[in-house]
Design a protein around this ligand. Sequence first.
Ligand SMILES: [Zn+2]
Length: 113
Amino acid sequence: MMDTLPPCPNCASTYTYEVDALLTCPECGHEWSADMSGSDEEVIRDAVGNILADGDTVTVIKDLKVKGSSSVVKVGTKVRGIRLVGGDHDIDCKVPGIGQMGLKSQFVKKVND
Ligand SMILES: [Zn+2]
């Protein structure tokens, strides 16, 4: 963890504070990712805008056909231990009863368990 937060890149205010994975500037309202290590890596969000992270648990919010098979990932399916990989299907995970597959982040919702 950082002891001191970086100043706002927008207005250079030092009164920045952390909200989840984002830094927020109270002076100009600018929000940005605290993780500057990976250049401007995109934050992956679920269907309702929660920021997803490796190891999160999500539920599927609509029936999803599994490419190349007749299986369907049913709405409400709980998937534990997701891994963010980027790309079109930006979540790599093991779906119960189906196996390893890629999901799109816009079709899942983060759950706290
Ligand atoms: Zn600012």
